[in-house]
Design a protein around this ligand. Structure first.
Ligand SMILES: Nc1ncnc2c1ncn2[C@@H]1O[C@H](COP(=O)(O)OP(=O)(O)OP(=O)(O)O)[C@@H](O)[C@H]1O
Ligand SMILES: [Mg+2]
Length: 232
């Protein structure tokens, strides 16, 4: 479904990604893991066209995405949940969701009711303004908002960053539920723990390059090697 080949991405003159290749089959979830600043966000931004690559290709369902503007890439069925939570603080939870509603016959079948089913806290606070939600609730709202566009591929950047252990577990359960619904996902995280719980495949990134890739089972078996790449 998604194929990245030899991506090289720069911010001005500094090169951030060095020949990143990864592939994701329909219905699978992959997690890019790596320390602070290794290029995880840049990789997701490159796929979305927010920071286009200087070299390499991104192919989605057989179509090259290179040089398409981000809104066209989104319309092809890619949903992106950035690290910073993007909600409208003055709108209610329900309004935040309804305003993001879009049809995509090829994507996940999603709705307001589905949002409330997968994220019950959003139903409880449906009349509350987004700005008055907790960090974890805002993260759920950000994810649900993106799902209201019925994406066929969801990019999730460090969804559990900065949340309480209880909220992390709640979000992991929701992401597992999305996987059961057949949604294809590319996630980013700093450690292996999150990947173990929600992903099929793991890509370890260091200094802008993929230094290890394999299934979660393989990564568990190769734990020492994976941990060495994640060590400071
Ligand atoms: N807008 C920008 N302009 C210049 N350099 C940037 C910009 N955004 C990120 N960088 C640099 O690019 C490198 C990779 O950053 P990136 O945000 O992709 O890493 P990350 O793996 O997502 O890190 P984190 O775990 O902190 O989110 C870092 O060295 C960072 O300082
Ligand atoms: Mg990041």
């Amino acid at each position: 479904m998604l194929e990245c080949r030899d991506l090289a991405t720069f911010y001005d003159v500094s090169q951030i990604l060095f020949g990143v290749s990864l592939s994701l089959a329909k219905g699978r979830s992959a997690c890019i893991i790596g320390r602070n600043g290794v290029g995880k966000t840049t990789c997701l931004r490159t796929i979305m066209g927010l920071t286009p690559p200087a070299a390499g290709t991104v192919t989605f369902e057989g179509k090259p995405l290179n040089r398409l503007p981000p809104f066209k890439i989104a319309r092809l069925g890619l949903g992106y949940v950035p690290e910073e939570r993007r909600i409208f603080p003055d709108l209610t939870v329900e309004e935040n969701l309804l305003i993001a509603e879009r049809r995509n016959p090829n994507g996940i079948a999603w709705s307001l009711d589905k949002s409330f089913e997968v994220f019950p806290a959003l139903q409880e606070f449906r009349e509350r303004q987004g700005g008055f939600l907790s960090g974890g609730q805002q993260q759920m709202l950000t994810i649900a908002r993106t799902l209201m566009g019925c994406p066929s591929l969801l990019l999730l950047d460090e969804p559990t960053e900065g949340l309480s252990p209880l909220m992390v577990r709640t979000l992991e359960q929701a992401i597992i539920r999305l996987k059961q619904e057949g949604l294809t996902m590319l996630l980013a995280a700093q450690d292996m723990h999150f990947a173990h719980n929600v992903a099929d495949d793991v890509y370890v990134m260091n200094r802008g390059a993929i230094v290890y890739s394999g299934t979660v089972e393989q990564a568990k078996a190769d734990e020492a090697q994976v941990m060495a790449h994640l060590a400071v």
